[in-house]
Design a protein. Structure first.
Length: 128
């Protein structure tokens, strides 16, 4: 797993967070960690959901072990697995189960994003 800010996936994700999540005020909690530089952008090299789950566990443990002044939010980008929205959506239940298995329910929360997310009545080329 990489935490290199200059990978194409990280560059795209960082720009999307700034333009959409922060720019459109989709998340009231996003601007502060972005300004403080306490967002970790990590790229998973996983090619299977099982390997991604392992990377997610590592990132959860890293996040919970860090002080909020050092690390407040992690975005785990996984460009090689779960590109299909239905598969990704199914994986979210497994990811939430991981929170419980690690005893982190109430400590961490998973906010999920996927390029194919659409609100009802929106077009594929709407911003996001």
């Amino acid at each position: 797993m990489q935490a290199l800010p200059d990978t194409p996936a990280i560059i795209e994700t960082r720009a999307w967070v700034e333009r959409v999540v922060i720019g459109l005020r989709l998340c009231p909690f996003a601007p502060a960690p972005a300004l403080k530089g306490t967002i970790r952008y990590a790229t998973s090299d996983a090619t299977t959901p099982e390997a991604l789950l392992e990377d997610l566990a590592v990132e959860m443990q890293r996040l919970i072990a860090s002080s909020p002044e050092e690390l407040e939010t992690t975005l785990l980008v996984h460009p090689q697995v779960l590109q299909d929205f239905e598969e990704y959506n199914d994986f979210l239940a497994v990811a939430d189960g991981l929170l419980g298995a690690l005893g982190l329910e109430g400590e961490l929360q998973i906010a999920s994003f996927h390029p194919q997310y659409r609100f009802a009545g929106t077009a594929a080329d709407d911003i996001g």
